[in-house]
Write a protein that binds this ligand. Sequence first.
Ligand code: HEM
Length: 278
Amino acid sequence: MVSDEPAIPEDGPPPEVQPSPPPVAEPPPEARPALSAAPEVIHRHAAITRITHWINVVCITVLLMSGFQIFDAHPALYWGQKGADFDRHIFAWPGGIPHWATIPGWQDLATGRIWHFFFAWLFVINGLVYLAYGFLSGHFRRDFLPTRHQLAHIGQSAWEHLRLKFPKGEEAKTYNVLQKFAYIGIVILLPLMLATGLTMSPGMDSAFPWLLDLFGGRQSDRTLHFIFAWLIVGFVIIHLIAILAAGPINEIGSMITGRWKVEPEPHPIPPSQPETAP
Ligand code: HEM
């Protein structure tokens, strides 16, 4: 006998056919979620850069604080060769810089000078090592000199920095143009700081009297030394704000270990292929 019923296979009923969902409109590219690639880790700072950088941070901190102590012995500045109580000053800080910012933390010029001169020599030796490495290894030429492309887009870079927008991906692997100028500036400023400091030493004056002429006299030299000190404070404040904004753990970690995680550039998910009609 042949049954009218449709044949049922021995292994069960046929699978139910699911209705296909209605087509969904593709979202615009800017609304699509970003695909982020696995972070790449690069070697950013040579050991010599890292070691000299942190020794420099200690030196600059002690030099500033002991320098404030020395300034407080006579907290007024003059221009030219002479300057004392009855001369006309160009700047005065009544009461001097607060003691919490000085080394030692009370009025003691002699101890302040000992700290200042010890760390000044450490700073000189450390600075010479850094400069020799920077020039001989090509680090300054390779990493500090802005490229033509960076110079052409300096306005855009400044605007993005003001909005605390930092480059990602390939572009982030090199210093940006503002960072480069800041580092070149500090590499010029620090030797000037040293030269104006040495000029105040009577021993140096007798060996190299032209130093006093170069900086316009003993009092002008002291004033310039003070201005340079505040320019360094300004650099450090901007330097720290930039590091905080760019991600302090990655940034400071790279100055300790040398390794730096590159923030990948977000890639929008490519639009899916439209379904082709059968
Ligand atoms: C606590 C204070 C400081 C911290 C946390 C700090 C941190 C850093 C970090 C994270 C970098 C690497 C930036 C990058 O890879 O994009 C850097 C580079 C640099 N910092 Fe500092 N810094 C400090 C103080 C100073 C001071 C006082 C100076 C000099 C006056 C200085 C001069 C420099 C220079 C010249 C570089 C570039 C080094 C090179 O590539 O040769 N920093 N700093």
